[in-house]
Design a protein around this ligand. Structure first.
Ligand code: CP
Ligand code: NVA
Length: 313
């Protein structure tokens, strides 16, 4: 049976199978090639997308907006200051109204329950553009970047260094389990992912030959890594924790020495961005030859376009 994602929302990668993620990555590779070749495609003519964001964004917002617009669709950006989001009216009512105005909704914000409520009540596909819990669209771009660097995804070793329980880290763990990677979450014990989610990912990963490891030892964790990944030490909404995080996370900074410790000459460095250079990664690494962060950022657009093609057409 062919894959059919029409009408589906993307709230977390937990809801998607290996074949479905593979399908999205294949579409993304194709739309990237089309874009590179200068092809003009108008797949979303007559369609509308609401981009409802409670938190700031550079990449995710522009990826949704340009991907939709390039295909002839009309995207409307609505920040929390523009609409009655969780104030004055029930979220369920906002969702039902948006569902009658738009063909799809992209949401970025705090609670995962908000994006779930939008999906439940709007009746249109809803895409999670980051919540406190997950950042699923990011991981598709990360995986496309790994695949472009190495030709394959399955069996690659991906090591996340730092705040290993944040939205990006946890989503990488889920994605790795689904796609058969060897994932290591390396950070201080205080910032390790939730045990029950680790157990769930190990179970998912068993079918795909994936392994999930939790570590507090950077030197050992990065041995043989194909990709080292890090993210900010304090995510949006956690700015007040920065002081304690700097102390906790300093030993997990990605430096040139850490990159060398992989023992592989072709290991790459990834970061979802925005990056605080000098905190989670040194300038030398992010600006260095192993860094793929801007390819990764560009791939946000192609993967997001792929998700919308798969769910809207
Ligand atoms: N990586 C990412 O989500 O970036 P933005 O916060 O700029 O959207
Ligand atoms: N973990 C970061 C990711 C930003 C794209 C945050 O939530 O702020």
């Amino acid at each position: 049976m062919g894959i059919n994602l029409k009408g589906r929302s993307l709230l977390t990668l937990l809801d998607f199978s290996y074949d479905e993620i593979r399908y999205l990555l294949d579409i993304s590779r194709q739309v990237k090639q089309e874009k590179r070749a200068g092809a003009v495609t108008q797949r979303f003519v007559g369609k509308t997308l609401a981009i409802v964001f409670e938190k700031r964004s550079t990449r995710t917002r522009t990826a949704f907006e340009t991907a939709f617009g390039e295909e002839g669709g009309h995207a409307v950006f609505l920040s929390k200051d523009d609409i009655h989001l969780g104030v004055k009216e029930d979220l369920e009512d906002t969702a039902r109204v948006l569902g009658r105005m738009f063909d799809a909704i992209a949401f970025r914000g705090f609670k995962q329950t908000t994006v779930e409520t939008l999906a439940k009540w709007s009746g249109v596909p809803v895409y999670n553009g980051l919540t406190d819990a997950y950042h699923p669209t990011q991981i598709l771009a990360d995986f496309q970047t790994i695949e472009e660097a190495f030709g394959t995804l399955r069996g690659r070793k991906l090591v996340y260094m730092g705040d290993a329980r944040n939205n990006v880290a946890v989503s990488l763990m889920i994605g790795s389990a689904k796609m058969g990677l060897h994932y290591v979450a390396c950070g201080p014990n205080e910032l390790h992912p939730d045990n029950s989610l680790v157990a769930k990912c190990r179970k998912i990963g068993d079918d795909q030959g994936a392994t999930i490891e939790i570590s507090a030892d950077p030197k050992k964790a990065v041995e043989n890594a194909d990709a080292l990944y890090t993210d900010v030490w304090a995510s949006m909404g956690e700015e007040d924790k920065m002081k304690e995080r700097i102390e906790l996370l300093r030993p997990f900074q990605v430096t040139e020495e850490v990159m060398r410790s992989t023992g592989k000459r072709d290991s790459i460095f990834l970061h979802c961005l925005p990056a605080v250079k000098g905190n989670e990664v040194t300038v030398e690494v992010i600006e260095g030859p192993a860094s793929r962060v801007f390819e990764e950022a560009e791939n946000r657009k192609h993967t997001i376009k792929a998700i919308m093609i798969a769910t809207l057409l």
